[in-house]
Design a protein around this ligand. Structure first.
Ligand code: SF4
Length: 445
């Protein structure tokens, strides 16, 4: 089985010339209700005090972030093709409001009339029922080292069968995977032609058109993970919050088969679905994009507080997690902000959850920014250590000495040495430092 970059959906020969890929804010036809709300916000800004104005600006921002794609659900013919393939599934965590529906998976809380498509592009209101179009139809799948997530304190050196569908709840200007995250499922998959279901044993080469056509139901994902000797399944690359139902059903089956579940997420999920899914999670990797609401809005079209709440929820549930912070020049490289973030983590999450400061490289809509200077990353690492965080790493800087080495917080000896995704030194016994027997936080076996 070939599962490499050639399977990446960006190579699919599809016409995306009319796609509003990566558009921000999302295309949205204002309703009369929207106009009234905008109008109220505008009047109040003039007449009211700063506090009132700020509150209303926030409300308008939220309204824009919640924007759905009006009337963009697939037509009957396309819907029928998807339904027959098993690529549709009723949504979970949503409200029926007459013929309208409101998704409650993430804080966008998309409110959809019949025929509308969600902000994440994956959900539609079809005749008063919420459906996801991102089910059993991954557009990308690979077998990765778990270090690539990155997770450093979770079964080091193991493989993780990794999947993604189209769609995302955010609009990050620097997205590395915008070719799938900022697409509709119909732009990454094509159900026409004979059915192709990927199950082990897989022989021969998987072509790009196979990837577009193939189905991978939850039981197939679990079987493929076992067949590839993967310790875990990672829900990753785009955003599993946007393909929650597929993630949830697969997690449940994987748990039954003794395969671990890893959520690689932006963390912007409502608490009830997070707690429900958390019962089946073994680890999470949460992208904490900064420590400022305004930066979150500007850079990601998201909000900080829901992400902090997710971190607290995972902590409360005992799910192992690590945090990544991409240090983007002029956006998230402010030392004071990094200090406040690390202080918050130390006070609210504790010192044992690793933080990975990752180097930005020009991507997507931030092509003109330079890569993050290494000195800034080293400064961030020092700030984290000064705040009391025991495991602070630097990622995306090949060759930087000890950037990804785990040091014992007691004796300061190197206990795990890594070379990109390879473990080159391992000095733990049963999760303890071999030199001084101090317990190293993580899930080791
Ligand atoms: S998961 Fe998607 S449909 Fe649901 S609220 Fe979030 S953006 Fe909207």
């Amino acid at each position: 089985m070939r599962m490499d970059s050639e399977n990446d959906i960006s190579r699919l020969p599809q016409d995306t010339s009319n796609v509003p890929a990566g558009t921000f804010p999302p295309s949205k036809r204002l309703t009369r209700r929207d106009m009234i709300r905008y109008g109220v916000a505008g009047v109040a800004c003039v007449a009211g005090g700063c506090a009132v104005a700020a509150y209303l600006i926030d409300a308008v921002r939220e309204l824009t972030a919640e924007g759905v794609f009006k009337g963009d659900a697939p037509n009957d013919a396309v819907w029928e093709l998807w339904r027959q393939r098993g690529w549709t599934h009723e949504g979970s965590y949503y409200l029926k409001l007459g013929r309208n529906v409101q998704c409650k998976i993430c804080p966008n809380n998309c409110l959809m009339e019949p025929g509308d498509r969600s902000h994440c592009r994956n959900k539609i209101n079809r005749d008063g029922t919420l459906y996801t179009l991102a089910f059993a139809n991954p557009c990308s799948f690979h077998v990765d080292p778990v270090e690539k997530k990155p997770l450093f304190h979770f079964f080091p050196g193991s493989l993780s069968f990794s999947i993604a569908t189209a769609g995302c709840v955010f609009r990050c200007l620097n997205c590395q995977n915008w070719e799938i995250s900022q697409k509709k499922p119909e732009e990454t998959k094509d159900p026409r032609g004979p059915e192709l279901r990927l199950r082990p044993p897989v022989t021969g080469t998987i072509t790009a058109s196979d990837v577009a056509r193939l189905s991978m139901f939850p039981e197939d994902v679990v079987a493929l993970a076992a067949w590839t000797k993967s310790v875990s399944i990672s829900y990753t690359y785009s955003e599993p919050t946007a393909y929650y139902e597929y993630t949830y059903e697969t997690c449940k089956l994987a748990r039954e088969r003794g395969i671990k579940n890893v959520l690689v997420t932006c963390g912007s999920m409502e608490e009830p679905p997070m707690r429900d899914l958390g019962r089946y999670l073994d680890a999470a990797h949460v992208d904490l994009k900064g420590f400022s609401e305004s930066i979150y809005w500007t850079l990601n079209a998201g909000r900080l507080q829901p992400v902090l709440k997710t971190l607290r929820t995972l902590k409360d549930m005992g799910v192992w997690f690590e945090i990544i912070n991409l240090v983007v020049p002029t956006y998230t490289d402010n030392p004071d902000m990094i200090r406040r973030m690390c202080d918050w983590l130390a006070a609210n999450i504790g010192p044992d959850h690793p933080i990975h400061f990752s180097r930005f490289h020009p991507q997507h809509k931030l092509q003109t920014l330079p890569p993050t200077p290494v000195e800034i990353l080293l400064q961030a690492q020092s700030i984290a250590r000064a705040a009391g965080l025991r495991y602070a790493y630097i990622g995306n800087v090949p060759g930087l000495p000890n950037a990804e080495t785990t040091f014992c917080p007691n004796c300061k000896r190197a206990v795990i040495i890594r070379d990109i995704y390879t473990i080159t030194g391992f000095h733990l016994d049963a999760g303890k430092c071999r030199f001084c027997q101090t317990k190293i936080a993580g899930v080791w076996s």
